[in-house]
Design a protein around this ligand. Structure first.
Ligand code: ADP
Ligand code: MG
Length: 565
């Protein structure tokens, strides 16, 4: 028991408490570590047999009790703030503490200070309290057990919303007096400040961790040439320092077809996860594991700030992926543009050359044919002349194709039915397919609408595609020709199970004279011609091919061609 006789000693004792408590707050310890250390300060500096500290937060009591006997030990707990009185007797310490902390009681035989503190001198005596709220004014018997005969309750304020309570417990009765209570009220005020300070410190530290992590990510993506794998691995390594227990924290980023882990990764019993969403589509997740189980007392094993952080990391990952995807699409578009541009230039050039060559070729052909008609040629000369005629005719064929590719021949538009044209066209391939061990499958959708198109040119498209398909299946296979109507187009699919194409080949197939075939098998003009015809019909060509598996050409003619004049 304190008296006011030795005020200097009291002041010194007060200084010791205050100094130790405030120094603790600055360390930004986790909540229960902090409460345990404070309870220890009370046990070290007082003669109480036990001290119980309660702080309010997240709608709950966080409680730490330190007891002196049989040896100094600490117990922590989380309890509801809303324990209410049931029946006529208050025997629940929580309920009593709630009432005390909320300054809602009057005690029959003890004074309550203007700060709301009070003490019970002998718990084995009958204690009654009255609960005073706006709606009730009731009396209750109180049963606080009889291990501790003296109890002192000292409430304190943490911030605008939260309060706390110090409960000092002594086994001997009549252990407290006015001076003690006044002294501890001073300490309680400091403890209130310290608790608030600790919370700010912790929030600050969490914020610093979060910013350090996000800054690390920003540094990683600074270099536009850094490969995605390296960026993701870098991000995953930034995870552990952002969490409360870095040494047992493991991170993992899983994307559609790859995953990145921290060193020595292991899944743990406690997990936090956030989805990675790219352009509205789920394509992976960021996960954090604790390798050993941590208390779930607080806000689950992970802090609110840590949940925010993992969300922020997942968002960053999403942004990076979106950015990469956008860039890839831009590159692809540019490549397509360049390709179209190159084809157009080649087309113009080819058409020019073709016209120039047509003239002299016509002369060669004319004079050769004239010479053939002459009576006085030898057999040898006749033979040579017909070779000249044949070669010239072949050259004219090539030139014709070049002109079609360059869209220099006018289309003869008429209403046509694709199924009819293709059925006729395929008829000539049946025998050839048979011989080559190729199964020819026709899937023509009934009732296709007619479109305005050039019949001969459409036949040319089919022939060129089918010839390529057959040539791609030297060992036999399956050739499927399919027509169908979709929302805004009429579609032709020519699909084979042949050798397929590499990306390198696929990129060049529309370039005139590009061929992978022997001189007598290909001229490299088939697909450029298809391209010319399809574009002049305002259609589209799509190619899907896989080496060793096969190739699919999809030709789409817009249905608006139905109304074209
Ligand atoms: P050519 O058939 O005279 O070589 P094309 O313009 O018709 O010329 O085709 C160009 C190239 O495209 C071919 O040499 C071949 O490499 C590739 N190709 C076209 N169609 C197919 C297909 N169905 N399967 C595999 N490769 C193909
Ligand atoms: Mg060809």
């Amino acid at each position: 028991m304190k008296t006011n006789r030795d005020s200097l000693a009291l002041l010194e004792e007060f200084r010791t408490y205050a100094h130790q408590i405030l120094a603790l707050a600055n360390r930004g310890l986790p909540r229960f570590d902090f409460l345990r250390e404070v309870a220890k300060i009370f046990l070290d500096n007082s003669t109480c047999d036990a001290v119980e500290l309660r702080t309010e937060g997240h709608g709950r009591w966080f409680i730490c009790e330190g007891v002196r006997h049989p040896e100094i030990s600490f117990k922590i707990d989380v309890r509801s703030l809303n324990a209410e009185i049931h029946g006529d007797t208050v025997s629940d310490f929580d309920v009593f503490s709630n009432l005390a902390a909320k300054l809602q009681i009057e005690l029959n035989d003890s004074e309550i200070t203007d700060k709301g503190s009070f003490w019970v001198s002998d718990t084995s005596q009958k204690i009654t309290i009255s609960q005073r709220t706006e709606s009730t004014d009731k009396s209750f018997d109180v049963d606080l057990g009889d291990l501790y005969k003296s109890l002192a309750f000292i409430p304190f304020t943490i911030d605008d919303e939260n309060s706390g309570l110090i409960v000092l417990k002594c086994m001997e009765s009549h252990s407290f007096n006015d001076y003690d209570i006044e002294f501890y009220e001073g300490i309680a005020a400091i403890l209130g400040l310290a608790v608030a300070d600790r919370r700010t410190q912790v929030a600050l530290r969490e914020r610093v961790k979060e910013l350090t992590c996000l800054y690390g990510i920003a540094r990683l993506i600074e270099d536009p040439n850094r490969p995605l794998d390296e960026i993701m691995q870098g991000i995953v390594e930034l995870i552990p320092p952002g969490w409360m227990y870095p040494e047992i924290t493991f991170g993992r980023i899983t994307l559609n077809n790859s995953s990145y882990c921290t060193q020595l990764f292991q899944e743990g019993p406690q997990r936090l996860a956030a989805p990675v969403i790219v352009n509205g589509q789920l394509c992976g997740k960021v996960e954090v594991f604790y390798a050993e189980k941590k208390r779930e007392l607080d806000e689950g094993p992970f802090l609110k700030e840590e949940r925010h952080l993992i969300d922020a990391i997942a968002r960053e990952v999403s942004h990076i992926l979106e950015h990469k995807q956008a860039n890839k699409e831009k590159d692809k578009l540019q490549e397509q543009l360049r390709h179209a541009d190159r084809l157009a230039t080649i087309g113009q050039l080819a058409a020019g050359v073709a016209h120039e060559l047509n003239e002299p070729l016509g002369n060669i052909l004319g004079f050769a044919q004239l010479a053939q008609k002459s009576q006085d040629t030898s057999l040898q000369l006749d033979d040579d002349l017909s070779k000249i005629v044949d070669a010239t005719l072949q050259a004219r064929e090539i030139i014709k194709k070049l002109i079609v590719f360059a869209r220099q021949t006018p289309s003869q538009l008429a209403k046509v039915n694709l199924n009819e044209i293709f059925a006729k066209g395929l008829y000539f391939f049946e025998a050839r397919c048979n011989k080559a061990g190729i199964e020819l499958v026709k899937e023509f959708e009934d009732g296709l609408p007619e479109i305005k198109a050039d019949q001969a040119q459409l036949n040319q498209v089919l022939v060129n595609l089918v010839v390529n398909a057959i040539q791609a299946m030297p060992q036999g296979g399956k050739l499927t020709v399919r027509t169908y109507v979709s929302e805004d187009s009429l579609n032709l699919i020519v699909e084979d199970t042949g050798i397929g194409m590499s990306e390198e080949v696929r990129r060049q197939i529309f370039v005139p004279f590009f061929t992978t075939k022997d001189i007598d098998e290909g001229t490299g003009l088939g697909l450029p011609v298809v391209h010319g015809i399809v574009t002049s019909h305002l259609g589209l060509i799509k190619v899907d091919s896989e080496v060793g598996k096969g190739t699919q050409f999809i030709i789409q003619f817009p249905l608006s061609n139905r109304n074209k004049g």
